[in-house]
Design a protein around this ligand. Structure first.
Ligand SMILES: Nc1ncnc2c1ncn2[C@@H]1O[C@H](COP(=O)(O)OP(=O)(O)O)[C@@H](O)[C@H]1O
Ligand SMILES: [Mg+2]
Length: 279
């Protein structure tokens, strides 16, 4: 096919030879199958901020470390320069997370390059060499659902041990590759230690896995892996060898008013950010 304009500079730079076809146009990106030498890869082009849904921009940008305070002020004020910087930070966050997770042994696509707002990475394929389906497009037996659920919980633990919470993990952002599930779509990944929303995001990620695989293996719906994993993490005893039970005793006693108030403030901040985006 004729290369879309955003991929032309990668062709000029020799990073891509040809564009084979468009794979997807998702919420936040357009994804193409490309050829480089005799290899097939995948090119993810980020949409401009205004075209994105920007769910929970607040969660995701909190504590993104920006050393330069002038830049920080510009980003906070939302000047043109600031918006460009925010945009660049958002896009490079996915590349950073991919390198970090690949190094930690998490099953993510191998990142090759990031150029002009385009991420070049491994194309995840099924056993026929075709682009792999999303979990959402696959029907599982109860046994397979239990197996993949367990595998993915270990991946979640591996990510957390590497200091990362995915933040948008669901059946739409996991592909079923020839050798099992592969996790994709990480621009919103957050630093587990430095972000106040990390716990809530981890619990949501794990709850999404439970709800999806619970459709095929309903006994999973009674598990509490999210709380169990976060508790082990907070106590500093989480590792990938740990045997998860799926059970968690909630500590009784007084309600933590501070944390409830924080959640309310967060929800309000999210709503304000959303409204700003819509204007
Ligand atoms: N490395 C990859 N290999 C194969 N397919 C991919 C890959 N990355 C993305 N895709 C396909 O493109 C779709 C959109 O990519 P994703 O990273 O989830 O972006 P979005 O933010 O638009 O959801 C995915 O659902 C998947 O079908
Ligand atoms: Mg996605």
């Amino acid at each position: 096919m004729k290369a879309p304009p955003r991929l032309q500079s990668l062709i000029d730079e020799g990073l891509i030879d040809t564009v084979v076809r468009q794979l997807m146009s998702g919420k936040e990106a357009m994804v193409y199958v490309v050829r480089v030498g005799d290899e097939t890869r995948c090119a993810k082009i980020y949409k401009e901020a205004t075209q994105r849904s920007f769910r929970q921009a607040v969660d995701y940008t909190e504590n993104r470390k920006v050393k330069n305070t002038r830049l920080q002020r510009a980003m906070a004020k939302g000047t043109r320069f600031g918006r460009q910087a925010t945009e660049a930070a958002w896009q490079s966050a996915e590349v950073d997370a991919l390198y970090r997770l690949a190094a930690a042994g998490v099953r993510v696509p191998v990142p090759y390059n990031f150029h002009d707002g385009v991420l070049l990475m491994e194309l995840v394929t099924d056993e026929h060499g075709d682009a792999a389906p999303r979990l959402n497009d696959v029907v599982f037996t109860p046994a397979d659902a239990r197996m993949h659920h367990a595998t993915l919980l270990v991946e979640v633990v591996r990510m957390l041990c590497a200091g990362v919470v995915h933040g948008d993990l669901s059946e739409f952002n996991i592909l079923l590759g020839a050798d099992g599930p592969v996790i994709i779509d990480l621009p919103q990944a957050v630093d587990a230690a430095g972000n106040n929303h990390a716990q809530r995001m981890l619990l949501r990620d794990v709850a999404n896995l439970r709800a999806f695989f619970g459709r095929f293996a309903p006994e999973l719906l009674h598990t509490e892996h999210g709380h169990e994993i976060w508790d082990l993490y907070e106590r500093g005893v989480l590792n990938t060898e740990v045997a998860l039970t799926g059970r968690f005793e909630r500590k009784g006693g007084a309600v933590d008013v501070g944390s409830v108030m924080r959640e309310i403030d967060d929800a309000r901040a999210e709503e304000n950010a959303r409204r700003l985006r819509v204007l």
